[in-house]
Design a binder for this molecule. Structure first.
Ligand SMILES: *[C@@H]1O[C@H](CO)[C@@H](O)[C@H](O)[C@H]1NC(C)=O
Ligand SMILES: *[C@@H]1O[C@H](CO)[C@@H](O)[C@H](O)[C@H]1NC(C)=O
Ligand SMILES: *[C@@H]1O[C@H](CO)[C@@H](O)[C@H](O)[C@H]1NC(C)=O
Ligand SMILES: *[C@@H]1O[C@H](CO)[C@@H](O)[C@H](O)[C@H]1NC(C)=O
Length: 720
């Protein structure tokens, strides 16, 4: 008994070893087909490399004729493996395919299928619906065969295709379907379908069934209907875009905090290049509608850290309103660039044509390595943006810019069936930089970089910005997608933001002043003194007289534009109290002035007081909370021959601010303010600085005489 039991054990162990050996010996070869190395193909290859698949590519460099070609190439590739009993061959398409797991899992699932050949399954029957009745019924899962992916022993696959003689243009899916529907062949070759998508996931017809499943170190695609984690994902046809989306996560080892592995690949470093060796870039600037802060836009363009001699500018200005700013930029700095071409509003050109012309300029110049498109509403704060984009080395890439505090941005995460915006699951996280990386997206706009070679090789259509009735931006993206070129978006560093153009009026002289509501950050950058923030923390606030504070508030631009605006309006008061302009309020001492409400600036001025004066008041006069209510806010003009000074008076306010708008010693002489109780004078007001002092009781004061030139100050009586 003991002996035979031992024998049994040995036998059993031998069987186990034998089976183990069989499993060990099976190995996987991936055969795929690609006539061109498109970006889709590169994505496939990258995912195969990630999981260490061995891949053999068939058809590279051949002209594409059709599905029959795939069978022909497979047939000849399998000839050399006809005797290799342990070889498991996975045949798959490549352009719209990624791997979600490695060969070990593939092999395991294939062996579990207990068939010699396993085809992917589909929910939809194609290409011949009349064959439906011949399909076996299945208790669960997809019923129909898909030929985009199948796996089987080389010996069996070889037999499956060995009798293929058809033309290259034939339909391969029909060929494999017929083999499968022939009961003899199905049994003889032991063919089954992967009904429950354990190995193959075709996205076509199954989009809603598929979600991403985030694990600690990686992301899988999960089929919710069958609760499976497929290994090979095929997004052929209309679901291509969904694959672009999935491909952002799969198979890259992913952590939300720190981007994707794909970001680091294929980089092109500019670091070692001398200025003169940097790639030549054509920058297309587009001013298509009235746009605030255009002077700052040109300033930032100049501040791009890129040699101007390697930049050629194409400026399309559609707006007569902006002629002076464009003219000033070109006049003052045009010659610093390699070349400048301006198309102005005097040559009426449609948006699409202007953009086509800019792109074509790069396309037709073999020296032009990059085309960088930049719309005037983009606030590109990062001076290294252009370099960073070039270094990513993509055909088409955009930096993320969005409206501050809004979800409006320059990309779409997904596309609706009609080709318009659809929100992707990750859109908000990308806009808010909670997920950081390089993203394959279906639409970018406003600012993007395209390789010159891509314009010459793939995007050769001269009418790139037109497609049916689509707007120019959507037409461009449509045409890029049609060519199988990927558009990437990077949010790996902050690049800047988008202006809001909604409430921009052009009825004033200096319209940006009115932008404090629509574009508060840009307003602040242009108009608020750079040392204001420090003053808010108490740094650099001076006290020239008791309880009189003195601190920086306005930039030169704010001062100059406010004065210009008043002079442009021109209706200065007479300096007597016959004035009925102000409802309810009154001036103790009449001055020659124009009130903020006369230029329709009182809402904006109130917002300025609330945002910038109130916080500092509460710092400097602790315990006092202002609502910065005002009845009187105006710009005063002092001139020796008009009204040079102001007699001693109280202000009709709890406190007063008094902002010097021009420069003593240059724009005027004399001036200043004297507080009588303290016998204390401020004789050299600083442009852009404000005095802040209590209005009544203690701070009886006078305006000292202006002896030469014209002095302007902006005065507000607060909390009357
Ligand atoms: C692929 O092979 C490399 C080197 O053998 C190994 O370090 C890596 O972990 C493998 N990748 C996977 C996904 O198994
Ligand atoms: C394939 O072969 C296995 C046994 O080797 C058998 O159980 C299975 O039914 C066969 N499948 C088909 C479709 O013939
Ligand atoms: C801001 O403060 C710094 C440090 O005191 C000074 O150097 C700089 O000139 C100030 N800026 C302006 C615009 O006055
Ligand atoms: C006020 O101060 C000035 C010098 O700062 C001095 O000459 C003058 O006498 C003072 N007046 C009074 C009334 O104290």
């Amino acid at each position: 008994m003991a002996f035979s039991f031992q024998l049994l054990l040995i036998l059993y162990a031998a069987i186990q070893r034998g089976q183990g050996a069989k499993q060990q010996k099976d190995h996987v070869l991936v055969l795929t087909m690609a006539t061109e190395e498109t970006e889709g193909f590169q994505r496939f290859r990258r995912s195969a490399q990630f999981f260490n698949y061995s891949v053999k590519v068939l058809g590279l460099g051949e002209e594409w004729h059709g599905g029959g070609q795939k069978i022909r190439l497979l047939k000849s590739a399998l000839e050399e493996h006809a005797e290799d009993e342990d070889l498991v061959v996975l045949f798959t398409e490549s352009y719209d395919v990624v791997f979600a797991s490695g060969p070990a899992e593939l092999l395991k699932k294939f062996q579990q299928a207990k068939s010699k050949v396993v085809f992917s399954s589909e929910t939809l029957i194609y290409p011949d619906r009349r064959l439906e009745a011949q399909y076996p019924q299945v208790p669960e899962g997809n019923r129909f065969l898909g030929s985009g992916g199948f796996v089987g022993y080389a010996t069996h696959l070889q037999r499956l295709v060995s009798n293929w003689e058809g033309p290259d243009s034939d339909n391969d899916q029909l060929f494999y379907t017929k083999a499968f529907l022939d009961p003899e062949k199905r049994a003889g070759l032991n063919i089954t379908l992967d009904h429950r998508c354990r190995i193959f996931q075709n996205l076509n017809g199954a989009l809603d069934d598929v979600v991403l499943k985030f694990e600690t170190r990686r992301v899988r695609v999960r089929n919710l209907v069958f609760d499976t984690l497929p290994v090979v994902i095929n997004g052929k046809g209309p679901t291509k875009l969904q694959l672009n989306y999935l491909g952002n996560y799969v198979p890259h080892a992913w952590t939300f905090e720190r981007g994707c592995t794909v970001c680091a690949e294929d980089l092109r470093s500019l670091a070692s290049l001398q200025d003169e060796a940097l790639p030549l870039v054509l920058v297309g600037v587009f001013i298509e509608q009235p746009t605030p802060f255009l002077t700052q836009f040109f300033q930032r363009l100049r501040n791009l850290r890129y040699p101007k001699k390697r930049i050629q500018l194409f400026i399309h200005n559609h707006e007569t309103h902006h002629l002076p700013q464009v003219g000033a930029f070109v006049h003052e700095h045009g010659q610093e660039y390699r070349a400048v071409k301006v198309v102005g509003p005097q040559d009426p050109v449609e948006i699409a044509d202007a953009r086509n012309a800019a792109v074509d300029l790069c396309r037709r110049d073999p020296m032009c390595e990059y085309y960088f498109s930049l719309d005037a509403d983009v606030v590109l704060k990062n001076p290294d943006a252009l370099r960073a984009l070039i270094e990513q080395n993509k055909f088409v890439i955009a930096p993320l810019v969005s409206r501050l505090g809004k979800l409006w941005s320059n990309f779409w995460g997904a596309l609706s069936a009609e080709g318009y915006y659809a929100r992707s699951e990750d859109y908000v996280d990308i806009v808010q930089a909670r997920r950081i990386g390089l993203w394959n997206v279906p639409y970018v706009s406003s600012v993007y970089l395209v390789k010159g070679s891509t314009l010459r090789d793939q995007l050769t259509q001269t009418d790139l910005f037109r497609s049916g009735k689509l707007d120019a931006d959507m037409a461009l993206c449509h045409n890029i997608r049609e060519q199988g070129v990927f558009m990437f978006l990077t949010n790996q560093q902050p690049f800047g933001h988008l202006l809001s153009l909604e409430n921009y009026q052009t009825t004033h002289l200096n319209n940006d002043l009115w932008q404090i509501f629509s574009n508060p950050e840009d307003w602040k950058e242009k108009y608020i003194h750079e040392n204001y923030t420090a003053a808010l923390k108490g740094k650099g606030v001076e006290t020239p007289c008791p309880d009189v504070y003195w601190f920086p508030i306005f930039t030169d631009a704010a001062c100059d534009e406010l004065v210009e605006e008043m002079e442009n309006f021109g209706q200065w008061s007479k300096g007597d109290n016959t004035d009925t302009r102000i409802q309810g309020g009154y001036e103790n001492v009449p001055t020659i002035d124009i009130h903020m409400n006369q230029i329709n600036f009182e809402r904006e001025w109130y917002k300025f007081l609330l945002d910038y004066i109130a916080p500092i008041t509460e710092k400097l006069y602790p315990g006092y909370y202002t609502r910065t209510q005002f009845e009187l806010a105006f710009v005063v003009r002092y001139k020796p021959d008009e009204q040079p000074s102001l007699m001693p008076h109280h202000d009709a306010s709890t406190f007063t601010i008094n902002i010097a708008l021009n420069r003593v010693g240059i724009d005027y002489e004399g001036g200043g303010c004297r507080f009588l109780r303290y016998n204390c004078s401020i004789r050299a007001p600083r442009k852009g600085w404000t005095l802040m002092h209590p209005g009544r009781l203690t701070h009886y004061h006078e305006g000292l005489p202006t002896t030469k030139g014209t002095r302007y100050i902006a005065v507000s009586f607060l909390d009357p």
